[in-house]
Design a protein. Structure first.
Length: 161
């Protein structure tokens, strides 16, 4: 199976312990809610990074190992590159963005930022940023908000940052 992926030009990492990689992926997906709420409004990165920093602290308090940024970067250096496809929009947004854009009424944030909030509660290490963004994204999905309906300043205030 791995040889098939390699032959197709895809670098597949097969770690002995997959869980640190899964938690690394979780951390990288914490920005999805910010992208969904803010759309193309600039300034999401600072807020997303605050959620990722909080997540790293919560996971450390829970003694959950996470693959380091350097290790992930090294493993992905030969990864496939995303390139424009003629006839499609440049910016489509991630899965959470798509949920708001489609007006599905649901959003996956409970399983991303909400997971960090849950782990934090279990180990007595609060995660207010991830807890609040989870609630805000869920509210946005339920009320039919669209990507970009929230400004960076509004979100910063709502998060207490």
């Amino acid at each position: 199976m791995q040889t098939d992926w390699t032959a197709a030009g895809c670098n597949v990492v097969l770690p002995d312990d997959v869980m640190p990689w899964k938690y690394r992926k979780l951390i990288s997906n914490l920005g999805n809610a910010f992208q969904a709420l803010l759309g193309d409004n600039p300034g999401a990165e600072e807020l997303s990074e605050a959620a990722r920093t909080e997540a790293r602290e919560v996971l450390a308090a829970a003694r959950i190992q996470v693959t380091s940024d350097d290790e992930e970067r090294a493993a992905r250096q030969d990864a496939a590159q995303v390139k424009p496809v003629p006839g499609t929009p440049q910016h489509l947004g991630g899965s959470s963005w798509q949920s708001l854009f489609r007006g599905s009424g649901n959003i996956e944030t409970d399983y991303l930022n909400g997971e960090i909030a849950l782990v934090g509660r279990r180990v007595g290490h609060p995660a207010p940023i991830n807890s609040r963004i989870t609630a805000l994204a869920r509210h946005a999905a339920h009320t039919g908000q669209r990507p970009g309906d929230v400004t960076v300043d509004q979100l910063r205030t709502a998060l207490g940052l």
